[in-house]
Design a binder for this molecule. Structure first.
Ligand code: SGN
Ligand code: CA
Length: 544
């Protein structure tokens, strides 16, 4: 062979082998996939451009959808933070795992899926917000925020060094911890199960300087239901305390200074809450405070100038814009940092065999029905974003309409890793939907149950059955009321048709199906009562 031919062969041979991406030794050793579970706190699907481009763009999070599968009807079983996390970890409904609300303690006798992964030879790590317990079981490494955590210079509970404060912005710090672990700590011969959990965009929304500098200049489209009067809906919608105009804190949420509130005569107690905000502000360095004031002082000055001429409608509009600017500003950091982690997977030949999930612990109201927060079985809080990428198994760019739940995650990850799930987990593996075997999926209704009442935001206790067509909700405890929504005809859930004779047969059928679901998932009024009594006897209720 001539020397030049040999060169050609070497050249094209190398090109060819790059193009077909032969399995590296690493990949061969690790045939079991890695799991990277990314979850944010209160990230509404309306604020992810893969779902909705109206409010913001999230190019990095969207990558997961573009290169994998997007679930349009993913939902939670109980729309509140730590209960959702307990459902995810255990694969069991709240009434079975016992973590029914944010205050009630998590029973550490529960078996969680990370424990199973660890036993099966996976390396496990958790960074960011867990929101309960200080020593999560089943993790080789963890650094978790205390409770809700803080945006600026946050303190973490660490496995080796106890409590430790890290300088900087929480979303960057949680990402740095995640990348450091991937690079320096993990055993590259073993697969990993990594939980990367953001605090953002949880209330009170404090973006990073470069983002509030940008987002406070923006104006956002109002939702069509911003001025909803809840006509036709039950007591719960009328008495909930989540209205942007009436129930947001002027200081913490709208970022008014005490001087502004005093100058305008906003009476202390009318959701001033400057102390809570001060707790955040006190964590800032002098330089961080200076940067903050440079942007928020002029916002205050402008508001002072206009306040006298603003009616209630104007105030609502102003508060909505303030809310969106800060909420979406915190999401800009999440998106950038998710991009850093996806880039790391690419650069380290990990992307193809890593199942990456992006989700939130629940949905969130971005002004729909005039609200912020969550808790209701209504769409914005009940639904949650769910994007999954795993190039070795999932085709790029799929959209799925099935009703999948956070209850299903544990069994999905276990199935992906070829590990048998305990029989008492209550979800279904999503593997058939991920791999194009949709015919194997036969769920036609999901069950929902919310408990945290009476409590902040005052959303009444309720349970519900939800199908693609209908949503039937029963509010109980201090009321006994039902609501029915026709999801196809009334996607904004403005018309309660429970008493409409045209839906009488539907109500009868759905009540029967709801009773069956409660049997299937082992929920009952007796359990409700038992949980309530346990709660009332606990120090959590007494300390309120
Ligand atoms: C805090 C928030 C509430 C929020 C709960 C629960 N108030 O109390 O608005 O509903 O957390 O949120 S704040 O002024 O302290 O931010 S959850 O995501 O943890 O369930
Ligand atoms: Ca949450």
């Amino acid at each position: 062979m001539k020397y030049t031919n040999l060169l050609y062969l070497l050249f094209f041979g190398t090109l060819f082998s790059c193009g077909t991406k032969p399995q590296s030794n690493q990949a061969k050793v690790n045939e079991r996939p890695n799991i990277l579970f990314i979850m944010s706190d209160d990230h509404a699907y309306q604020a992810i451009s893969a779902y909705d481009k109206t409010l913001t763009t999230t190019p990095n999070i969207d990558r997961i959808a573009n290169e994998g599968i997007k679930f349009n009807n993913a939902c939670v079983t109980n729309s509140i933070c730590s209960p959702s996390r307990a459902v995810i970890l255990t694969g069991k409904h709240s009434h079975i795992n016992g973590k029914t609300d944010n205050n009630f303690p998590f029973n550490r006798d529960n078996v969680t899926f990370p424990q199973i992964f660890q036993k099966e030879g996976y390396q496990t790590a958790m960074f960011g917000k867990l929101h309960f317990g200080n020593n999560p079981k089943g993790f080789d490494q963890f650094k978790i925020l205390i409770g809700q955590g803080h945006y600026y210079n946050p303190t973490f509970i660490t496995k080796e060094e106890g409590k430790k404060t890290y300088p900087g912005y929480v979303t960057d710090i949680v990402t740095d911890m995640t990348l450091d672990w991937l690079e320096k700590e993990r055993d590259k011969e073993k697969p990993f199960m990594l939980m990367y959990l953001h605090k953002a965009p949880h209330r009170e929304w404090l973006p990073k300087a470069k983002h509030y500098q940008e987002y406070t200049k923006k104006t956002f489209k109002e939702p069509s239901t911003l001025f909803d009067d809840y006509a036709g809906r039950g007591t719960a919608a009328h008495t909930a305390e989540m209205n942007i105009l009436k129930h947001m804190n002027w200081a913490g949420d709208s970022k008014l200074y005490p001087e502004t509130m005093e100058a305008l005569g906003i009476p202390e107690g009318s959701h001033w809450d400057y102390d809570a905000f001060n707790k955040e502000r006190d964590r800032m360095t002098e330089e961080q405070k200076k940067q903050w004031d440079a942007v928020y002082q002029p916002v205050n000055e402008e508001f002072k100038k206009n306040y006298a001429s603003m009616d209630k409608k104007d105030l609502m509009k102003w508060r909505y814009q303030r809310y969106m600017q800060d909420y979406l500003g915190t999401i800009a950091s999440v998106d950038e940092n998710v991009g850093r982690v996806l880039d790391y997977l690419d650069d380290n030949d990990l992307a193809d065999n890593t199942l990456v999930v992006y989700t939130s612990d629940q949905g969130f109201y971005l002004g729909e029905h005039g609200w912020f927060d969550k808790r209701f079985a209504y769409n914005e809080s009940f639904k949650t974003p769910l994007l999954i990428r795993w190039p070795n198994k999932i085709k790029a760019g799929i959209t799925n309409e099935e009703m999948v739940q956070n209850l299903d995650f544990a069994q999905t990850f276990l199935a992906a890793a070829g590990i048998a799930a305990p029989n008492d987990m209550q979800g279904e593996s999503l593997m058939p939907l991920l791999t194009g075997n949709d015919a194997e999926w036969d769920r036609d209704a999901v069950y929902y149950h919310y408990y945290e009442y009476p409590s902040i935001h005052m959303v009444k206790r309720h349970y519900a059955i939800i199908t693609k067509e209908y949503k039937l909700i029963h509010y109980y405890y201090d009321v006994d009321e039902w609501e029915l929504f026709d999801r196809k005809k009334d996607p904004n859930e403005l018309r309660n048709v429970y008493d409409d004779p045209a839906y009488a047969a539907t109500v009868t059928q759905l009540k029967k199906d709801l009773a069956d679901l409660r049997v299937k998932y082992k929920d009952s009024s007796e359990i409700d009562q038992r949980l309530l009594n346990m709660y009332l006897e606990s120090k959590y209720a007494k300390n309120r």
